[in-house]
Design a protein around this ligand. Structure first.
Ligand SMILES: Nc1ncnc2c1ncn2[C@@H]1O[C@H](COP(=O)(O)OP(=O)(O)OP(=O)(O)O)[C@@H](O)[C@H]1O
Ligand SMILES: [Mg+2]
Length: 938
């Protein structure tokens, strides 16, 4: 309004601690909390806004920090509020996402896109004494610590994780609300993304990550992939590579909840693109990602969040996670090595407990005896204190409520029957439910019922919804849900789950969640279909343990051979990728055989059996069987099976020394790659050729084959393979003495492994790098990368059992060599102990390609520690192995040098012979380098 009306309004605002100044001809702008933080600025702003609207004004509300110039707020925040005001009709209030997030559950909203909403009025007719919760008490230290971590993050542009854990009801969610309020009103306002994990069912791999990225883009669940892609382009259009970028395509599918591309490498493209999005967003402005109830998040999302924080160097990315203690049991290594402030919420003090009880009790809170009793029984739990006080306020004693659950049960029982019934139906969905979903479950007029439940402090409304056009509500506490759910009749519960499954499937919920509902609803066939879909998605995301259980579940519910067969294939694939030799894979292979239903399935079943036997090294005729499968698959046009059988066959022939046949098979694979576009086949072909050539001593062309394999993997988008193969090229280069080139290749492979978050390949890379350092000498630049393997080895040097796999043993072996070469006499005993463990393990497990050189190094360590006889015996054993034809991966020189040094004092003639014996293997290596530039330095 103008003139006098505006003056009156401004006076009213000032009387309520808001600073108000005129804006333009007929507007005004008011702001709260700039001079002094009030706490709950957002809630007060909405109260005032509704009053102004009551006088016919159009009002826009935005929450954040702003500059104040000449008592007038200026900047983006004011522009945002003004834009909302222009959009509103006279008498309406529009609020932004931050405001609605911070006042969640207290106002009736009509949601619009991107989290903003039309504010209809306060949800509770008048805030009664027992509603809205107590003032925040007893957590000053934790609050200060969290705010400090956020400030450090934004001031220093550095990624920080804060975790806040504690048992149910201890105050994690409340803490989160208080921290966010203070951050957005008093510190640099971040781009805020809040994700709530759902207790229900097993989450889809990357489900929580998808939720966070949708939040970043302001997209609801169930958007079509095309819209998601458009949103990506709008926000990241300057950087994404356009429609042919496989990462963009994958992210769009993930956001839309569509099946991910199942091509190999699809998961890596997804991972990199997701990481990229969050990194780019946090390069532009501070980003605060909040994950509530992370104990229910899917493990791949947890790994990804951890990974992004590790990658966000130089960026203001703040990750706040709230967790029940079980999270740390399930993820003991989460956020290790990150800048991580870990807070444990302890019980609050007796004084704070009494303050909560007093606030809830209102005027009755004067009764010292009641307060004392509540404080004693609540034992420092804010939730229990609230519940007990609420009971006391209605005149009930606390005698029958020894636990929080019991207190909640009494409150639920006190609701009127319609509400109680609705609470039960609501609990079937889990923590959150949606208005149309509740209708589908037989709740009459959900909006009215929900408002009453909100007034009774049972549920709260969410500012945004997982599903477009479906208002989302949530239990105020997970414990309330648990109590309500437990009191449902089993028969009702099953029927409701069935209805929930149908509704959720229709709105695009993740298959895993829908499957679980079907299962609990006793609809096993439908459950099977959804589990199959979920398993496919998990495979595409490389979430292999998930894929395994999901595929198993779906197989159990299959009802026809084709259905069983398709699901057994998924199961076999999951086992193959997780651990191809595991005895459990037998279940999948057998299920395939039992459900053969046509010629193609018969070939596939035979192929799976042959490959499994091959992986286990079980049968003598495997090569013949693989060949047969490969030929029949070719005739039937089963390209995938043909490639798999051919690759297994080629490798087998190469290792068996049937070199010409192996070469022929590799040529077949190459032609499949070329003519039929099976890019992965080229990787297998080149790997096979590398083995063949290496066995022939053609080191140079073996190196070429390795390089080609890495290149083929890159071309096929197989990033894990690419990283592994690049590291292997580096390894091969170090065995021929190409010092600089070797290091460059290893570091390149390591970088690729890091970018895709592959822990296994990073371990491999560090092991090979340690080998490089042992051979050529380390320098300070490698200290960071090598800290972990060195420490791992040094702790194993003290004795104790170590796993006998190539990675662990390699680390021990190379660390032993490094210590031995380090010329510190004091290190020799440690070197001896490591080399003994590694070489003995190689001997016990028959790893003959590493054994001779490991024995040689062990011999050298024995000599330095004074046991000459033992040294001679070991060095002889090593030399004899080489001369009997053991194919050493490593340069054989150390074996003969050790033999020479062990003998030189007592038997000089034999020592001279040792050097002579070294010449043939070394000459063979030199010949393999065929006059190339590597030959001379070698
Ligand atoms: N420091 C506090 N001062 C006042 N009230 C508090 C405090 N901490 C928690 N409360 C109140 O106690 C109740 C339970 O807290 P909250 O919901 O935050 O628990 P939680 O740790 O998130 O539990 P859950 O693990 O079940 O999610 C809430 O109503 C909250 O407002
Ligand atoms: Mg909580």
């Amino acid at each position: 309004g103008e003139g006098a009306a505006r003056e009156v309004a401004m006076e009213a605002l000032r009387a309520r601690e808001a600073d108000a100044v005129p804006l333009g001809k007929d507007g005004l702008v008011a702001h709260l909390g700039a001079r002094e933080a009030l706490g709950d600025e957002a809630g007060r702003a909405l109260d005032l806004a509704l009053e102004l609207a009551g006088r016919g004004a159009r009002v826009g509300v935005a929450t954040g920090r702003t500059r104040v110039r000449l008592s007038r707020p200026v900047g983006e925040l004011v522009d945002r509020a003004a834009a909302f005001a222009r959009e509103a009709q006279p008498g309406q209030v529009m609020a932004d996402a931050t405001t609605t997030e911070l006042t969640r559950g207290r106002f009736e909203l009509q949601h619009r896109g991107g989290g903003s909403a039309l504010v209809k009025g306060p949800l509770l007719a008048r805030r009664t004494e027992t509603s809205g919760g107590a003032p925040f008490v007893g957590r000053e230290a934790e609050l200060a610590q969290m705010l400090a971590s956020y400030e450090r993050c934004t001031d220093d542009h550095t990624p920080v994780v804060v975790s806040c854990s504690g048992p149910p009801g201890i105050g994690k969610t409340r803490m989160r609300r208080e921290v966010l309020t203070r951050i957005v009103t008093t510190l640099t306002t971040p781009r805020l993304v809040v994700v709530r994990c759902e207790s229900f069912g097993r989450a889809q791999p990357f489900g929580v990550a998808a939720e966070a990225l949708r939040g970043l883009l302001g997209l609801p669940k169930g958007v079509p992939a095309a819209d998601a892609a458009r949103a990506l382009d709008q926000r990241f259009g300057d950087t994404v590579r356009g429609a042919d970028d496989p990462g963009r395509e994958q992210v769009a599918r993930l956001l839309a909840g569509e099946l991910l591309a199942t091509t190999q490498g699809g998961r890596d493209a997804l991972w990199i693109a997701m990481t990229d999005m969050l990194l780019r967003a946090s390069a532009r402005e501070p980003v605060a990602v909040v994950v509530e109830d992370i104990q229910w998040a899917d493990p791949p999302s947890v790994r990804w969040l951890d990974h992004v924080v590790g990658r966000a160097v130089g960026r203001a990315l703040w990750l706040l996670v709230l967790a029940r203690p079980s999270f740390w049991r399930d993820h003991p290594r989460a956020f290790m090595g990150r800048d991580h402030a870990r807070l444990e919420l302890r019980p609050i003090s007796r004084r704070a407990t009494r303050a909560i009880a007093r606030a809830v009790l209102g005027e009755r809170g004067q009764d010292e005896q009641v307060l004392e009793r509540i404080a004693a029984q609540a034992a420092g739990s804010p939730l229990f204190a609230e519940e007990l006080a609420r009971l006391a306020a209605t005149g009930r004693g606390a005698a029958q409520t020894p636990t929080i659950e019991a207190a909640i049960q009494v409150s639920i029982d006190a609701l009127d029957p319609t509400l109680r019934d609705a609470v039960g139906r609501f609990s079937v969905f889990g923590l959150s439910a949606w208005v149309p979903g509740l209708s589908a479950l037989g709740v009459v007029e959900p909006p009215a019922v929900l408002r009453q439940l909100a007034a009774a402090e049972v549920v709260v409304e969410h500012a945004d919804s997982r599903f477009a056009g479906a208002d989302e509500w949530a239990f105020k506490h997970a414990l309330v849900r648990e109590v309500a759910y437990a009191s449902l009749e089993p028969a009702d519960r099953a029927e409701l789950h069935g209805q929930a499954a149908r509704w959720l499937a229709a709105v695009g919920e993740d298959a895993a969640v829908v499957a679980r509902h079907h299962e609990l609803g006793g609809q096993l066939a439908e459950a099977g279909v959804q589990w199959e879909r979920a398993a496919r998605q998990a495979l595409a995301a490389s979430a292999l343990p998930d894929a395994l259980t999901m595929a198993e579940q779906s197989l159990g519910f299959a009802s026809s051979p084709p259905e069983s067969f398709a699901r057994a294939l998924l199961l076999d694939e999951a086992y193959t990728r997780l651990d191809a030799r595991s005895s459990e894979r037998e279940t999948a292979v057998r299920a395939l055989a039992e459900n053969v239903y046509d010629a193609a399935s018969e070939v596939q079943a035979a192929g799976a059996r042959a490959r499994y036997d091959d992986d286990r090294g079980a049968d003598a005729h495997i090569a013949e069987r693989l060949l047969e499968v490969r030929q029949r698959a070719g005739l039937l046009g089963l390209l995938d099976e043909e490639v798999k059988a051919s690759a297994a066959l080629a490798t087998r022939l190469a290792y068996a020394g049937r070199l010409p046949e192996a070469e022929a098979e590799a040529a077949h694979l190459l032609s499949l790659a070329e003519r039929r576009g099976a890019q992965a086949a080229a990787v297998e072909a080149w790997q096979c050729l590398a083995i063949v050539r290496h066995t022939r001593g053609e080191l140079l062309s073996a190196l070429d084959a390795r390089r080609n394999a890495a290149r083929a993997a890159a071309a096929a988008g197989l990033r894990v393979r690419e990283a592994t193969l690049t590291i292997n090229v580096g390894f091969a280069l170090s065995t021929i003495g190409a010092r600089h080139e070797a290091r460059a290749a290893i570091e390149q492979g390591l970088a690729t492994a890091q970018s895709i978050g592959s822990a296994g390949v990073q371990q491999l890379g560090r092991m090979v790098l340690l080998g490089w350092a042992a051979l050529f000498g380390s320098d300070a630049a490698l200290d960071v990368a090598l800290a972990e393997p060195r420490a791992e080895a040094d702790s194993a040097a003290g004795g104790g059992w170590v796993p006998h796999d190539r990675l662990t043993l390699g680390v021990l072996f190379y660390r032993g060599v490094e210590l031995l070469r380090g010329a510190l006499p004091a290190d020799a005993p440690r070197a001896l102990s490591l080399l003994r463990v590694a070489a003995s393990a190689y001997r016990d497990t028959g790893m003959r390609d590493l054994l001779p050189v490991a024995l040689g190094e062990w011999a050298e360590a024995e000599r330095r520690c004074g046991d000459a006889d033992r040294s001679i015996a070991l060095a002889r054993e090593a030399a004899e192995l080489i001369e009997a034809g053991a194919p050493s991966l490593l340069n054989e020189a150390p074996v003969y040098l050790a033999l020479h040094d062990a003998l030189v004092d007592s038997r000089p003639r034999e020592a001279r012979d040792a050097i002579a014996r070294a010449m043939p293997p070394l000459r063979r290596r030199l010949a393999g380098l065929g006059g190339s530039s590597y030959a001379l330095p070698f």
